[in-house]
Write a protein that binds this ligand. Structure first.
Ligand SMILES: Nc1ncnc2c1ncn2[C@@H]1O[C@H](COP(=O)(O)OP(=O)(O)OP(=O)(O)O)[C@@H](O)[C@H]1O
Ligand SMILES: [Mg+2]
Length: 302
């Protein structure tokens, strides 16, 4: 395991050295911007709590603020970010992993000002790639470094894939609803993150989705923050709530993200507040995109 991480580190050092003459890496331009890519992973304990809606609309909200955004659909089971935006991708991450396509060939421009990397069910096999496949996949992932924000939508619950993306993130956003089962499962995933992920600087944040009142959101978050601090010695930060709002279902049905379909709707306003809140928090990027790759691929999440 350690060997693998070490291999990856030296590979990246090697890449950094040769960057100037490696045009497929976008050259020194990408190297400069490596330092500022902020990676936000969206996850949850229970399924169906609103992760994909949060990830998609958050990505668009960032783009509306003038940021360069890439949305990655890392959901294993049902990759559906593209459905939310009415896009039918021909290729996805699986093809990159299998060296059938280059990242530049699968990354899609959308009408919403963000770029999309469509999901693949085969992505769970990431830890089983041969060394050669792994190295070439890393090279391909590096082409994503030239961006301000990467938002990663994951599947619910725990898998090595999700934990890899959690470990790699600058910020991990846990989505829950006020339902008791959703809260219990959110605590469950926080606990697993606390024990499985050895990123001491892990930055856990929480969004309470589908609330009736602001007070309800605060109550759910306060309780989670207190329990995580007491039992796991972990700091969780409350990012805010999103109202239970029919504009979300309407937008899903129309396959147009709610922030675009109904920008003044309650859910849209909540989401914009959340994004400005994330923006206000300090972003201590020390090792940049390299760290993302190391954390993502440097360990088998079995
Ligand atoms: N704020 C909200 N108000 C009303 N309905 C909502 C809200 N958020 C989500 N929903 C409903 O919940 C459904 C599921 O949302 P979404 O697909 O984003 O969840 P998910 O967590 O990504 O699910 P999965 O775990 O299956 O990936 C939406 O289609 C919508 O109908
Ligand atoms: Mg989803």
């Amino acid at each position: 395991m350690e060997d693998q991480a070490e291999q990856l580190r030296s590979l990246m050092k090697e890449k950094a050295r040769t960057e100037g003459d490696a045009p497929e890496f976008d050259g020194p331009q990408a190297a400069r911007s490596n330092r500022k890519t902020r990676i936000i992973t969206i996850t949850s304990g229970k399924g169906g709590v609103g992760k994909t809606n949060v990830a998609t609309n958050m990505a668009i909200a960032y783009a509306q603020m003038g940021k360069k955004v890439i949305l990655i659909d890392a959901d294993l089971g049902l990759a559906n970010v593209n459905v939310m935006m009415n896009i039918i991708p021909q290729y996805n991450l699986y093809h990159v992993m299998r060296k059938q396509k280059k990242m530049s060939e699968i990354i899609l421009d959308t009408e919403y000002g963000i770029k999309l990397v469509a999901g693949a069910s085969g992505f769970s096999k990431i830890a089983n790639m041969t060394e050669d496949e792994r190295n070439s996949f890393i090279e391909e992932m590096f082409t994503l470094a030239d961006t301000d924000i990467i938002i990663i939508d994951t599947s619910a619950g725990v898998s090595r894939n999700v934990l890899g993306f959690v470990a790699a993130a600058d910020e991990v956003v846990i989505v829950t609803t006020p339902e008791p089962t959703s809260i219990t499962d959110a605590y469950g995933i926080i606990k697993i993150i606390a024990t499985e992920v050895d990123n001491l600087n892990i930055n856990l944040k929480m969004i309470v989705n589908r609330v009736k009142t602001a007070v309800e959101g605060k109550r759910v978050a306060d309780r989670m923050i207190q329990i995580a601090a007491q039992f796991l010695n972990l700091k969780v930060e409350y990012l805010g709530f999103i109202y239970d709002d029919p504009i979300v279902q309407q937008a899903v049905l129309r396959q147009r993200p709610f922030i675009v379909n109904d920008p003044k709707g309650k859910a849209s306003v909540c989401l914009k507040h959340i994004v400005s809140r994330i923006e206000k928090t300090e972003f201590l990027e020390t090792e940049g995109f390299g760290r993302f790759m190391r954390k993502l691929l440097g360990r088998d999440w079995t």
